[in-house]
Ligand binder design. Structure first.
Ligand SMILES: Cc1cc2nc3c(=O)[nH]c(=O)nc-3n(C[C@H](O)[C@H](O)[C@H](O)COP(=O)(O)O)c2cc1C
Ligand SMILES: CC(C)CC(=O)C(=O)O
Length: 353
């Protein structure tokens, strides 16, 4: 299907016209005054590129690998809850879109579709994002299912021991269709009727999660573990000590407002990791030049959340694919204009200081 949108911002604007109000509030919103949400985007515009000239750019290779998995271009899909709020095919559509382009799907714990269905749709090329429940046995079972279904890594989200204050969804709460059972959550426990759907999910999360739980997780899985939501050198040093990889993120400005952006934190993160772990990043990426900047400062790949959801809302699998295709083509063009022919050539000298 050919879609008319020229860039991710146009898709966002178009999606705003079709999203039901609760999904709009949930997808677009950030925490508190949304300073971090805005800064995630604005930070990219402030960083200036130092392009090199008179380089033969007639052949460009955008491919890379993450944890040994080949990617056609250095962009994956970040975990997002509840794709089914905007499209009946939900995470299966997103996973198909990502797989069709050689990208990578990260499946959220809070999905509408099962891990097994998404694995099939992704051709086995997917990561599973884990929220640690108070009930560790439920988490253990999820990890085992993800591993059995062929997940290539576990992404443990560590910046949400409790959900941030997102005022848009306090006003317009998300409602999951009555009768829908989210496969990784199961039926509601009696006595939780006073909580809306997200508050209920929040009540399952364990605010007591610590570094000791990384040892527990390591003990129950042989999969690589990626910690999502790290923003400081101190935590990166601990992550490396625990044998984990690093996903720099402030959760799309949805958790701690005024937290540093992943882009600003990236230099200290890369320095602390010192090549001992892979580094991924998300937050506010909407242009190919954003991807180049993140890679130049030390990320191995970047991930997109909202932009993919907007594509899904507009046109299901085709829409999610359109989002990823636009960015893939922009990455290629930006590399040509920077005089870079391979992803491995993107280093700090690309950034003007
Ligand atoms: C609607 C929505 C749902 C999300 N759900 C999850 C989730 O289930 N697990 C998680 O680790 N992060 C979740 N995130 C955070 C994203 O993975 C990502 O960190 C963040 O949105 C930044 O990317 P973006 O600026 O491209 O949206 C969610 C974000 C959005 C917008
Ligand atoms: C179900 C939520 C905890 C998912 C999430 O991470 C988010 O909404 O940002």
């Amino acid at each position: 299907m050919s879609l008319p949108y020229l860039n991710l911002r146009e898709m966002e604007q178009a999606a705003a016209g079709v999203l039901p109000p609760a999904a709009f509030a949930y997808y677009t919103g950030g925490a508190n005054d949304e300073h971090t949400l805005r800064e995630n985007r604005e930070g990219y515009a402030r960083l200036k590129l130092r392009p090199r000239m008179l380089v033969d750019v007639s052949h460009i290779d955008t491919s890379t690998t993450v944890l040994g998995l080949p990617l056609a271009f250095p962009v994956g899909v970040a975990p997002c809850a509840l794709h089914g709020l905007v499209h009946p095919d939900a995470e299966v559509a997103t996973a198909r879109a990502a797989a069709s382009l050689g990208s990578l799907m990260t499946l959220s714990t809070m999905s509408h579709r099962t891990i097994e269905d998404v694995s099939d749709a992704a051709g086995g090329q997917f990561w599973f994002q884990l929220y640690l429940y108070k009930d560790r046995e439920v988490s253990r079972a999820l990890v085992q299912r993800a591993e059995a279904a062929g997940a290539r890594a576990l992404v443990l989200t560590v910046d949400a021991p409790v959900l941030g204050r997102r005022e848009a969804i306090i006003r317009t709460p998300v409602h999951i269709e009555p009768g829908t059972v989210l496969p990784n959550i199961g039926p509601r426990v009696p006595g939780s009727e006073h909580l809306d759907d997200l508050q209920y999910f929040d009540s399952l999360l364990d605010p007591a999660i610590t570094w000791n739980d990384i040892g527990w997780l390591r003990g129950i899985t042989g999969l690589p573990i990626v910690l999502k939501g790290l923003l400081t050198a101190e935590d990166v040093a601990l992550a490396v000590q625990h044998g984990c990889h690093i996903w720099a993120s402030n959760h799309g400005g949805r958790q701690l407002d005024t937290a540093v952006t992943a882009l600003d934190a990236l230099p200290e993160i890369a320095e602390a990791a010192n090549g001992r772990a892979e580094i991924y990043l998300d937050g506010g990426v909407t242009r190919g030049t954003d991807v180049l900047k993140a890679l130049a400062l030390g990320a191995n790949a970047v991930f997109l959340a909202r932009a993919v959801l907007y594509g899904l809302a507009l046109a299901g699998e085709d829409g999610a694919r359109h989002t990823l295709e636009l960015l893939r083509d922009e990455v290629r063009l930006a590399m040509m204009l920077c005089g870079k022919t391979q992803v491995s050539e993107l280093g700090p000298e690309l950034i003007w200081r």
